[in-house]
Write a protein of this length. Structure first.
Length: 75
């Protein structure tokens, strides 16, 4: 009767350890998802800032090309 009870105890401990590890993985996944969301927001804000900064440069580049009359050697 000792061995079946011992095996049952070991099985219970194994399931308990797996449960604890599953909870820890769930917590880390939630933390990782939050970090990815924050990073996405920051990347979006940086992209918008870059677009706003590039607009005047693009407009100025268009004026330079038009002032040359389109006779660039590079084209």
């Amino acid at each position: 009767m000792f061995w079946p009870m011992f095996q049952l105890t070991l099985a219970f401990c194994g399931v308990a350890v797996l449960g604890v590890l599953a909870v820890r993985v769930g917590v880390e996944v939630r933390r990782f998802a939050r970090a990815v969301g924050d990073s996405t927001e920051r990347i979006t804000r940086a992209m918008e800032d870059l677009e706003r900064s590039a607009a005047p440069l693009a407009a100025r580049g268009g004026l330079v090309r038009r002032s040359n009359g389109g006779n660039n050697a590079d084209e």
